[in-house]
Design a protein around this ligand. Structure first.
Ligand code: FAD
Ligand code: DHB
Length: 386
């Protein structure tokens, strides 16, 4: 079988790329190793930059996002038992939207299938030939080949695309902590997100709807989930969010829990021959700045535009510029995610001097309009790279 673009991975990057290509009349096949239910229910990111919602809306998959997404104009940084609001919209003119990655994936799968798209679940890619542009995959126990003009490697951090690129340069930073993320059937205790710095560790209060809260706790990188029964999770969250003004954290049944390691990682370049890497296949950020999903969307938006130009005019110039254009935005997000992680987490190796520096930095961000604006413009997302 033959197609124009073979897409490895049916996460947000692969599905959105397939959808954007379809709108330009370019054929693609998405090969996804997991089943549809698994992909649609994997709990991950939730905070979308305005640039991301613009892409989803502009490409005709924003209907439910517009109905159910929660538009936010600010967030709270909480430390020393006191909350400080950062007025994101006041400082930047832009908003962010809470709409879960699971819902974006459901919307994209439904739309690809309604448009007659070729999305193959339980189809695991085992080999990619970047020179000949061919992909070998296993489905129903049989090994098959998909020939194509180009391959898009959208198969996440543990996929097979990145190892198919010879001579990659990689940049890595591991952190001495992880996040324990929970989903709970309880109305959020806040209207806006709370990022809390505490000597016991970082905590984040996010939400999914008026009835569902999403909460995260900094834990040790080798933490055992079994050591965290519900009561311990709630009491630890309450301790880290505690204020002097009587604010209370509502508790409810926990419906999902997982531990995510924290890592920064970039692979350069994001292209080899006819193989293009996009999203987590090429780069990882620690989740503190909520950049992972947004970067995946900006990569594939640029890649779709480059393929469109290639098929419309024959010019490969945008494809040739793809890696450098993406990497400018990637490194800005890498720096911001690293910076925000360092600003808010309790580093087990920090001495008193480092802790005083961290507090001074937090006080600067909430008291200087220049510092708050710098924080806010990175958080809401910088404009798309040229
Ligand atoms: P993925 O979503 O990883 O999709 C890749 C797809 O490729 C998967 O469906 C996988 O099954 C498939 N695949 C892999 N190998 C193969 C193969 N050989 N053949 C075929 N298919 C294959 N970001 C935030 O901003 N905030 C968060 O809170 C947050 N939490 C996260 C929690 C976890 C556990 C992880 C892993 C990531 C989290 N992220 C978060 C990051 C964000 O979810 C990712 O940046 C986003 O999912 C990237 O999308 P993607 O499509 O590039 O990769
Ligand atoms: C969410 C996750 C993040 O990493 C973040 O910074 C903000 C929100 C979320 O899952 O809602």
């Amino acid at each position: 079988m033959r197609t124009q673009v073979a897409i490895v991975g049916g996460g947000p990057a692969g599905l959105l790329l397939s959808h954007l290509l379809h709108r330009q009349g370019i054929a693609s096949v998405v090969l996804e190793s997991r089943d549809r239910r698994y992909v649609e229910h994997r709990q991950r990111a939730g905070m979308l930059e305005q640039g991301t919602t613009d892409v989803l809306r502009g490409s005709g998959v924003g209907e439910r996002l517009d109905r159910e997404g929660l538009v936010h104009h600010g967030l709270e940084l909480r430390f020393g038992g006191t909350g400080h609001r950062i007025p994101l919209t006041g400082l930047t003119g832009r908003t962010v939207t809470v709409y879960a990655q699971t819902e974006i994936v459901k919307d994209l799968v439904a739309r690809r299938l309604a448009d007659g798209g070729d999305v193959r679940f339980e189809a695991r890619v085992v080999e990619i030939d970047p020179a000949a542009a061919g992909v070998t995959y296993v489905q129903d126990g049989r090994t098959r080949t998909l020939e194509c003009d180009y391959v898009a490697g959208c198969d996440g951090f543990h996929g097979v695309s990145r190892p198919a690129v010879p001579g990659l340069r990689t940049f890595v930073r591991d952190y001495p902590f992880a996040w324990l993320g929970v989903l709970a059937d309880v109305p959020p205790s806040t209207d806006e997100l709370i990022y809390a710095n505490h000597d016991r560790g970082f905590a984040l209060h996010s939400l999914r709807s008026s009835k569902v809260s999403r909460l995260y706790l900094q834990v040790a990188p080798d933490e055992d989930l079994a050591a965290w029964p519900d009561a311990r999770i709630w009491s630890e969250l309450a301790a880290r969010f505690a204020t002097g003004d009587g604010w209370e954290l509502r508790e409810g049944p926990i419906t999902d829990r997982a531990i995510t390691p924290m890592r920064s990682f970039v692979a350069e370049p994001m292209r080899h021959d006819r193989l293009f890497l996009a999203g987590d296949a090429a780069h990882i950020v620690p989740p503190t700045g909520a950049k992972g999903l947004n970067l995946a969307v900006s990569d594939v938006t640029m890649l779709a535009a480059a393929f469109t130009e290639r098929y419309a005019s024959g010019s490969e110039a945008p494809l040739d510029g793809y890696s450098a254009s993406c990497l400018r935005r990637v490194w800005r997000a890498e720096h911001f995610s690293y910076w925000m992680t360092t600003l808010l987490h309790a580093d087990p190796a920090a001495d008193d001097f480092a802790r005083r520096l961290q507090r001074s930095h937090l006080e600067y961000v909430v008291s200087s309009e220049a510092a708050a604006t710098s924080f806010a413009e990175n958080y809401v997302g910088l404009p798309a790279a040229p």
